[in-house]
Design a protein around this ligand. Structure first.
Ligand SMILES: [Zn+2]
Length: 110
């Protein structure tokens, strides 16, 4: 597993499938409890005109990076993002599924 140009996480699986997962996608699908709750509340709230006028915060304008990746046992990685978020535990199974989704989306666009 390696970081490629700091914007995608490149994973080569034991069956020689290679995935390149954009860090933005990784961050947005963070499986920790607080991110899950945030996604659910964003999904259920009604869109309001104010949302479109919100100015991006500084953190959102800076390209996302991975500051560190620590193995958790032999089944997952704990990833610390440059926005300070580090509570997500990404299991290999989760990364594999995410990689499959990302790979499927990009091939549909070709
Ligand atoms: Zn999270």
């Amino acid at each position: 597993m390696k970081l490629l140009r700091d914007v995608v996480l490149e994973i080569t699986w034991s069956d020689n499938i290679q995935h390149q997962i954009p860090l933005e996608a990784l961050r947005k699908s963070c499986p920790c409890a607080s991110c899950r709750e945030k996604r659910i509340s964003e999904h259920t709230k009604k869109p309001s005109p104010d949302d479109a006028l919100q100015v991006l915060s500084l953190a959102e304008t800076v390209p996302l990076r991975i500051e560190s990746m620590q193995p958790v046992g032999n089944y997952a990685y704990s990833i610390r993002f440059s926005d300070g978020h580090d509570t997500g535990i990404f299991t290999l199974e989760f990364l594999r599924k995410l990689g499959d989704i990302v790979a499927g989306e990009s091939s549909e666009n070709e």
